[in-house]
Design a protein around this ligand. Structure first.
Ligand code: A3P
Ligand code: MG
Length: 271
């Protein structure tokens, strides 16, 4: 695949995420019974239904590219290209009805994402990136045309940064890290929406020192990076993907709208 194709790939990923989003919306009122996985996070029949649909569509569109998806990750190995899929990021929010859940799909080449979609079906928003980052309103029907608008991050203000924090998962290391920045406002948000809000210039920083998985971050990382931001791990380097050896766990990271904030942060090396 060529670089120039990635915007087309992102649009195709959007149609798949929208269809999965329609499945999730239909199941919102009826499928809230959760089972807890080994890591203590919940999963529902809706996670499984959306994942099955996404894998089928990805296999049809790009046969031969492995799909590493949250609920079935152990059955697949990454290759030079592979997809990372979270069919329902923010399952807790899906269950509790806040609407702040998302469908995340990223195409990874080597160890970095090259095309991505984050769709928030209940909020009716969608974000994509190939080589450029764009947003649109989620259509009522999967085939309806989307009007895409370019997005960009904002320069960090000297004082009064807007920080996004997880609604459900906080920890002391994250708080310590945030205390080194001049945070003016804290807003809670769930799932990969946090990356997209920063990519759209609505917030400045999201620090996460507690556990997350590669499928939670790859799509948001790429959208934010294409919008002018950066997602860094300890040492200020980009996050990398495809680490089957560590069961696709991320280390601590910070998502920044303005990469100039990076030297002000001291992330711990492990979660
Ligand atoms: N103990 C843990 N181990 C691994 N991942 C965890 C975790 N606690 C939370 N997460 C991740 O955090 C995500 C939710 O993020 P947020 O708190 O920002 O909404 C979950 O997404 P899922 O709902 O897809 O499982 C899950 O992947
Ligand atoms: Mg999930």
């Amino acid at each position: 695949m060529r670089d120039s194709d990635m915007n087309a790939v992102a649009r195709r990923l959007a149609t798949i995420a929208i269809e999965a989003g329609h499945v999730l919306r239909r199941m919102e009122r009826v499928q809230k019974d959760a089972t807890l996985k080994k890591d203590g996070t919940p999963t529902t029949l809706a996670d499984l239904a959306a994942e099955e649909l996404i894998i089928a569509h990805l296999n049809e569109a790009w046969p031969g590219i492995p799909v590493v998806a949250e609920e079935t990750a152990s059955q697949v190995s990454p290759d030079s290209f592979f997809f990372l899929v979270d069919p329902l990021d923010g399952t807790g929010d899906f269950i509790h009805g806040t609407g702040e859940y998302s469908v995340n799909i990223a195409l990874v080449q080597g160890n970095r994402p090259v095309a991505a979609v984050v769709a928030a079906p209940a909020m009716r928003n969608i974000w994509i990136a190939g080589t450029r980052a764009e947003t649109g309103a989620m259509p009522g029907k999967p085939d309806d045309e989307i009007i895409w608008h370019p997005i960009a991050t904002r320069a960090a203000p000297e004082q009064g940064l807007i920080a996004l924090v997880s609604r459900r998962h906080g920890d002391n290391a994250t708080e310590k890290c945030l205390s080194t920045l001049s945070i003016g406002t804290r807003r809670t948000a769930s799932s990969a929406l946090k990356f997209c809000l920063i990519a759209s210039g609505e917030a400045d920083v999201y620090v996460r020192c507690g556990p997350t998985m590669e499928w939670d971050t790859a799509a948001g990382d790429h959208i934010l990076s294409c919008a002018g931001g950066k997602v860094i791990g300890a040492g200020g380097t980009h996050l990398t993907y495809g680490h089957r050896d560590r069961d696709y766990r991320n280390g601590p990271f910070a998502a920044l709208g303005d990469p100039a904030l990076a030297p002000r942060l001291a992330l711990p090396v492990t979660c």
